[in-house]
Design a protein around this ligand. Structure first.
Ligand code: OSB
Ligand code: MG
Length: 371
């Protein structure tokens, strides 16, 4: 449906995590994220920029995202006559990198268009292959192995369908051995967040013993090619995360046999249009996908739920209940899981949840209106 964005409201919010989250690149105690509201004809669409507080997962962080949206994306999209939300990403495609900032605005436009059409976002993006999405959890690096085992037990008892643990050199083979001893049956995987190099090939082969579902992004964040010899040496499928920023890269990685699985994150690929393309390329090559997470607040979480209803999202993703991250979420109701470890989609227009505007106001540290 044709639309024009009359006004963009940028907000930066601060939310402390219920528990710190540690990856191979560091610990996060508090999130600071940028929300994008796009307005047209009295209707608002909402998006969340999913970058971290530091440029450690990729090159983006909260402040860079703010400037990219304000100075480089907003002027290209304000008052532009869009034929549909699928044209929005192309208006900022000349920007090198910064997919998460670009994607924050792009997903807001999909939400806006869904609301203008009065349909749920999952339907609007061509999803709806499932009414409930299968959920896993991502568990960060802990101070001790008993702490990790206790966390896994809690999540398994909550019904989550698979457990992902973060690994890094010094917190890998011996830790996973202990996990497998206590949980021989669970669907288990490991995410290295780029912590290894090809020199570690013999060390990483030791992980094959634990029949993991996959090992995620073992090698450098910008490296596809080195994953080819690593995948050839491993029985465990490699899942790529950081290094897949476009459908073109997904196709290259699949063709050269760098991976058996791909994790799709809306922000990392710049929004729904490219995420759907990545999904389609993977589906055409029989490569299963799942929806990754970036410790999102409710708006990003709701967009992920819609994405995960596309047909090839056949593996449990990293989209889980709000309460695992937040004492209070910015959406109403909070995202909850069923006893089967799924999240049910909602039929309300757009991303399907309400926004707690009063709470949003309380946690907003910066706001700017661009018209
Ligand atoms: O690599 O998937 C990742 C969190 C921050 C940055 C990168 C990653 C993650 C997660 C958490 O694994 C997923 C989530 O629970 O949102
Ligand atoms: Mg990852």
């Amino acid at each position: 449906m044709p639309f024009q964005i009359e006004k963009i409201v940028l907000r930066q919010i601060r939310m402390p995590l219920v528990h710190f989250f540690e990856t191979s690149f560091g610990r996060t105690y508090e999130r600071s994220m940028v929300l994008v509201e796009v307005q047209s004809g009295g209707v608002s669409g909402w998006g969340e920029v999913t970058c971290g507080e530091n440029p450690f997962y990729n090159e983006e962080w909260t402040d860079s995202a703010w400037l990219i949206v304000k100075d480089f994306v907003a002027p290209r999209v304000l008052k532009h006559p869009f034929q549909s939300a699928s044209d929005v990403a192309a208006r900022s495609a000349h920007i090198r990198g910064h997919n998460m900032a670009r994607g924050g605005l792009e997903v807001a436009c999909w939400d806006l268009e869904a609301r203008l059409n009065n349909v749920p976002l999952w339907q609007h993006i061509g999803g709806g292959a499932r009414k409930e999405i299968p959920c896993g959890v991502s568990i960060g690096i802990q101070d001790t192995v008993p702490q990790l085992l206790k966390k896994i037990e809690t999540e398994v008892n909550d019904g989550y369908q698979r457990i992902k643990i973060k690994i890094k050199p010094g917190w890998d083979v011996d830790v996973i051995r202990e996990v497998r001893k206590q949980f021989p049956q669970i669907k288990l995987m490991a995410d290295a967040n780029s912590a290894y190099t090809l020199k570690d090939i013999d060390h990483l082969r030791k992980l094959d013993e634990f029949y993991l579902m996959m090992i995620e992004q073992p090698l450098a964040h910008d490296e596809i090619i080195d994953h080819v010899p690593l995948q050839a040496a491993l029985q465990t499928p490699i899942c790529l995360d950081e290094c897949i920023r476009s459908a073109h890269q997904a196709e290259q990685a699949i063709r050269m046999k760098a991976c058996g699985i791909i994790n799709i994150k809306l922000g990392r690929v710049g929004g729904f249009t490219e995420a759907k393309r990545v999904h389609d390329v993977c589906q055409a090559h029989n490569i299963p996908v799942w929806c990754g997470g970036m410790l999102e607040a409710g708006i990003g979480r709701a967009h992920n739920i819609a994405l995960a209803t596309l047909p090839n999202f056949v593996l449990p993703g990293d989209v889980s209940a709000s309460k695992r991250y937040w004492k209070q979420d910015i959406i109403q109701p909070a995202v909850e899981t069923t006893p089967n470890g799924t999240i049910a989609t909602r039929d309300n227009p757009g991303f399907g949840y309400g926004i707690d505007l009063a709470f949003l106001k309380e946690i907003t540290v910066r706001e700017e209106h661009i018209a």
